[in-house]
Design a protein around this ligand. Structure first.
Ligand SMILES: NC(=O)c1ccc[n+]([C@@H]2O[C@H](COP(=O)([O-])OP(=O)(O)OC[C@H]3O[C@@H](n4cnc5c(N)ncnc54)[C@H](O)[C@@H]3O)[C@@H](O)[C@H]2O)c1
Length: 441
């Protein structure tokens, strides 16, 4: 009897099924790190790759840089389980499945910047071994996997679907969400070939969760992610616009939304706020807008939504100015305490946060600013560096106004309620304020 040689897909599937596959995660940020921890937790050996040496050394010494992830979880993964953080991309040669979770920002003129994906794909091409499955999870425009990543991976002797496999699966993690994580959120996946789909579906079912929805191509998977986030961007813009109309008509927008939410079908509540932030909602619709433009479509709805969301910081500052004015205080003489810098509560991510725009406008108005955010120590707006301060009774008593821009749950709202001269709550914080100068967005 001759020696039986297993096909690449069979060999890789067997490793995934038996748990002996080594998993590589490229980009250990808000997406990649929780994913790496989830996989290591399932008993797999994981090598986490990042170019940021500070992140690598923090992880190696068991220190977390993500607010809702404790040091204990990192320590367990590094010292007791099998997570190896590294900046040595040669180790990609030892990996069976590679997941790319690098950033996808926009350029200064709003076009997609996929240079991090290109870098990661080049590093993979230079180092990988045969029989590897590569999955792109970074959010991007349709065609990236097939037209950008595939040609890079096939520069040498590898052929997708034969001796390596390529798929796209959007990441849906929602930082700070206590109910949904990667392990209980359905995955969507699209492969370049049928074999790519088969092995990537197997990987997610075995390693992440059993609820995997297969689509016919990476293009569909890439587009559905843009739909998810553009859906949010547009609906947030709708309630933001509604809040501006309601304010003029002296109607409580929050009560309107609560009432509309009683409809059991055909309505889904979204909440207004000082704008949109984070790496997804302000960015991903621009990828869709750009993709449309490449095909002669001007996505006017997306542009209009962007404009409305971008107008919210100014709406907030104008309203604050009016409330101060009513108390015979000019904004340029006012001492203002800002609560919250991050783009949503209970996380430490302030990328693209609307709070930064509000602060920029308040700075331009020359008011005296103090910023409180238990999740952030320091941040900058333009060239000004801000150090956050602690919430004290003295600080609140001295201030002319308190503006709540992020509704962190650890803030002592009763202290603010008791001692503030004026409160402007842009998030409808779930605290029953009794202050007679309390205003909601
Ligand atoms: N943050 C979210 O909530 C979220 C949710 C869903 C999807 N996404 C998408 O996931 C992707 C990653 O987002 P994120 O928030 O985790 O970004 P992030 O900036 O937090 O993390 C990305 C990491 O990749 C590293 N990196 C950059 N280039 C690299 C390279 N060539 N090789 C290795 N490491 C590299 C960076 O140092 C960083 O640590 C983006 O496409 C984003 O749109 C993000």
């Amino acid at each position: 009897m001759g020696i039986k040689i297993e096909s690449p897909i069979l060999a890789l599937s067997k490793k995934i099924k038996t748990g002996s596959a080594v998993i590589g995660v490229i980009g250990l940020g808000y997406v990649g790190l929780p994913l790496a921890l989830e996989i290591v937790n399932k008993g797999f050996e994981v090598i986490g790759f990042d170019k940021d040496n500070e992140k690598i050394s923090k992880l190696k010494s068991g220190v977390s840089y993500i607010a809702d992830m404790s040091n204990a979880i990192i320590e367990k993964a590094i010292y007791e389980e099998n997570l190896e953080p590294t900046n040595d991309f040669a180790k990609l040669a030892h990996v069976d499945v590679i997941i790319i979770c690098v950033p996808t920002p926009t350029t200064a003129d709003g076009a997609p910047n996929i240079s991090y994906i290109v870098d990661a794909a080049n590093a993979i091409e230079q180092n990988m071994s045969p029989n590897t499955l590569i999955i792109l999870e970074s959010t991007t425009y349709p065609g990236t996997t097939e037209k950008v990543v595939q040609p890079i991976l096939e520069k040498g002797n590898f052929v997708i679907g034969k001796n390596i496999f390529l798929a796209y699966s959007p990441e849906r993690v929602d930082p700070g969400n206590l109910n949904f994580s990667v392990s209980n959120t359905p995955k969507v996946v699209g492969g370049i070939t049928a074999a790519c789909l088969e092995v990537s579906k197997l990987f997610y079912e075995k390693v992440i969760n059993t609820n995997v929805f297969a689509v016919t191509s990476p293009n569909v998977a890439e587009m559905e992610k843009l739909l998810e986030n553009t859906f949010r961007q547009i609906n947030i813009a709708l309630v933001n616009e509604l809040s501006q109309i309601c304010h003029k008509m002296d109607i409580d927008v929050w009560e309107v939304i609560e009432a509309a939410s009683t409809k059991p079908y055909g309505f889904m509540p979204f909440t207004p706020g000082p704008g949109v932030g984070g790496h997804c909602i302000p960015v991903d619709p621009k990828y869709l807008l750009w993709a449309g433009q490449q095909h002669g479509i001007s996505a006017t709805l997306i542009e209009a939504a962007d404009k409305i969301n971008d107008s919210m910081p100014n709406f907030v500052v104008e309203r604050l100015e009016n409330y101060l004015h009513a108390q015979e205080k000019e904004i340029n003489e006012a001492e203002i305490v800002v609560i919250g810098i991050t783009y949503k509560p209970n996380i430490n991510d302030f990328r693209e946060s609307p709070a930064l725009h509000v602060i920029r406008e308040l700075k331009e108005k020359q008011c005296d600013l103090k910023v409180i955010d238990p999740f952030i120590r320091t941040f900058s707006v333009d060239n000004d560096i801000f150090n956050t301060v602690s919430l004290t009774r003295e600080l609140i008593q001295k201030a002319d106004a308190v503006v709540i821009l992020t509704n962190h749950t650890t803030i002592d709202y009763s202290l603010i309620d008791q001692h503030a001269a004026l409160i402007f709550d842009t998030r409808n914080t779930q605290y029953l304020f009794k202050n007679e100068n309390y205003y909601k967005l």
